[in-house]
Design a protein around this ligand. Structure first.
Ligand code: FES
Ligand SMILES: [Fe+2]
Length: 455
């Protein structure tokens, strides 16, 4: 991988070398097949860091996590640690957490409020805008001067916010965030502007190590309705959920391009228009700010899950209720953070509408945790099955045999689901949850980027 990477002399790297194992993948995808090798492979993982996480817009958190000047949270872009700060000018700064002196990680706290960060190794100090501001023994060590402009923390070249969601990209030449999101902008608007005050996070994000490649949950949340009946059958057996066996039959596919995909469900069949929000909440929503197609979508087929490429996923659903508690709607954002080949960290943020009182937010957190938290009824199922592909990917037997995974549901033939010819929204709509269209779209975009040479 990247064998012919050459240093351009200005610190950037360029490569025109194809990545081993991907030469044939386009043909595989056209046949609805995905090589097992891509889920647990050091070379692929390394290439993803530059080709996917080095140039995509990556989700870092929500504005409500850093409301005040000085607030910061520690996050990652790919495997690179970054400090996301709110400086006194209200700007959001995304700073490399590696000290410019000798590379020690400066900030060790997950969150806090600081105007400055002091490196624990030799004591260089940076402001929360990333500016270099000082070092111990300036006279003796540096003759009293050191060019501050040269030695500030590295800054993500582009940072932007949409509906409170903070994104950054390490690629200075990446298109603007809204261009990158494309039709997914339209979807995010439908999900997050039902009330003008928007949403906020409730509590800090959970983090769980997942013995899975980050692409598996990203592809699952693109709209894998097919797994619900099987993976989560235990919740139906004990009577806390129902209807998973119907998920594909009442599913609606929204393929938005650039690897972004969502799936919704027919509200007439679930009995849950607007996700099932009760009237005391939904009566506050103002759908007049949505276009006609968005309005119809959130009312008739509200999107339940989705993935914004590469690794941000969304879920909004009626939560399984504890036996003594009424059900409630929860919204979560989850990030499938690459850690190492076959290993990811799962981050999970619970969100609630700002206009709702604190007890609603507490309830949203509680029901979100009960369902998709670290020990959630649903998430325990998913995290168990998602380990398989990474293990299979490392199998010498499967590798030697050139094994492929099956994504052929909906290929031309009797199971093909036609595109909805009457769809007036962006992207493609299909009136079914069957078909691997969304997942294949995710992998097609992944392959496009993996094969695109670095500039
Ligand atoms: S490594 Fe940070 S001050 Fe030396
Ligand atoms: Fe699941």
């Amino acid at each position: 991988v990247d064998r012919k990477t050459r240093c351009t002399g200005d610190g950037t790297a360029a490569s025109a070398t194809p990545i081993d194992g991907l030469e044939d993948m386009e043909r595989c995808l056209s046949e609805g097949l995905v090589p097992v090798s891509i889920y647990n492979d050091a070379a692929i993982f390394q290439a993803e860091q530059s080709r996917i996480f080095g140039r995509c817009w990556v989700f870092l958190g929500h504005e409500s996590e850093i409301p005040n000047a000085g607030d910061f949270v520690l996050r990652k872009i790919g495997t690179d640690p970054v400090i996301v700060t709110r400086s006194s000018d209200r700007a959001i700064n995304v700073l490399s957490n590696y000290c410019r002196h000798r590379g020690t990680e400066i900030c060790r706290a997950d969150r806090g409020n600081r105007s400055h960060f002091k490196c624990p190794y030799h004591g260089w100090v940076y402001s929360n805008t990333g500016a270099w501001v000082g070092a111990p023994h300036m006279n003796e060590a540096y003759g009293g001067k050191l060019d501050a402009k040269q030695w500030g923390l590295m800054r993500a070249p582009q940072v932007d916010v949409i509906h409170g969601l903070i994104f950054a990209t390490l690629d200075p030449n990446a298109p603007p965030l809204r261009t990158y999101l494309g039709a997914a902008c339209w979807m995010l608007e439908a999900l997050f502007t039902l009330h003008p005050s928007g949403v906020r996070v409730v509590g800090p994000p959970d983090r769980i190590l997942l013995k899975s490649d980050w692409k598996i949950p990203s592809d699952n949340f693109s709209g894998d309705d097919y797994h619900l009946e099987s993976t989560h059958s235990s919740t139906e057996k004990i009577g806390v959920t129902r209807g998973f066996s119907q998920s594909c039959f009442i599913g609606h596919s929204f393929e938005l391009g650039n690897g972004h995909n969502f799936v919704g469900h027919d509200a007439a069949r679930t009995g849950a228009p607007l996700w099932g929000y009760p009237p005391d909440i939904s009566s506050h929503f103002d759908l007049s700010r949505l276009d006609d197609v968005q309005r119809k979508m959130v009312t008739d087929t509200p999107p339940t899950v989705g993935t914004i490429f590469p690794n941000l996923s969304f879920i909004r659903s009626i939560g399984i209720a504890q036996p003594d508690r009424p059900p409630a709607i929860f919204t979560s954002l989850r990030l499938w953070q690459p850690v190492a080949p076959g290993l990811a960290e799962y981050w999970n943020w619970h969100l609630e509408w700002v206009f709702l009182a604190e007890d609603h937010a507490d309830r949203a957190y509680e029901i979100g945790q009960y369902n998709v938290g670290a020990a959630g009824m649903i998430e325990q199922d998913d995290t168990a099955v998602w380990e398989g592909p990474a293990k299979a990917s490392a199998s010498p037997w499967l590798r030697a045999a050139g094994a492929k995974f099956h994504f052929q549901q909906g290929q031309p033939g009797p199971t093909e689901i036609p595109k909805d010819p009457s769809w007036n929204g962006p992207g493609t709509h299909r009136a079914s949850g069957f078909g691997d269209y969304r997942q294949l779209e995710f992998y097609r975009h992944w392959l496009r980027l993996m094969r695109q040479p670095m500039r």
